[in-house]
Write a protein that binds this ligand. Structure first.
Ligand code: ZN
Length: 163
């Protein structure tokens, strides 16, 4: 396995919408393994493909490092689509491996339903809430070229500049 450098705020690829994966090949499987290694090494709970230089529509999540979720398993989401979002929202302080020095409260739907493919390219459906739903929404945003800081008030964005 190999760690991959994480793109930082301002890198063009982080504003590009990602492209659906057409098939799972050995290269894709290795890439996903490398994503997990990169995320774990950086002590992150989620990582999107464009954060590590790929335009594939893929992100990985593992919240088991959080003390409240020791039994959560690592998850990979391929070609994800969020199809339902609850009206109920909550707020939580987020950070991002691509914006290391910034943390901010972000309001998001509390519960979501997401369709995606797994690493065998089978269709999956997941309904989740609370912290896992938040992490998934954060990573899903990356695949659309959206940072969590796009979702905070403008006056809190003033120190962020894209080249
Ligand atoms: Zn992020």
């Amino acid at each position: 396995m190999t760690q991959i450098p994480v793109n930082q705020y301002g890198d063009k690829i982080l504003r590009k919408k990602t492209i659906p994966v057409q098939k799972i090949d050995p290269e894709t499987i290795k890439f996903v393994k490398d994503m997990f290694e990169t995320m774990h090494e950086a002590s992150g709970v989620g990582l999107a493909a464009n954060q590590v230089g790929s335009s594939k529509s893929v992100f990985v999540v593992d919240i088991s490092v959080m003390k409240d979720y020791p039994n959560e398993k690592p998850r990979v989401f391929i070609n994800p689509k969020i199809v339902e979002r609850s009206e109920e929202t909550d707020s939580y302080e987020e950070g991002c491996l691509s914006i290391p020095d910034v943390r901010a409260e972000v309001i998001r739907p509390k519960k979501i339903k997401i369709l995606f493919k797994d690493l065998e390219f089978n269709d999956q459906t997941l309904e989740v809430d609370d912290f896992l739903a938040r992490v998934i929404q954060h990573e899903y945003d990356h695949l659309q070229g959206i940072y969590f800081t796009d979702r905070i008030p403008e006056d809190q964005q003033k120190n962020l500049k894209e080249s």
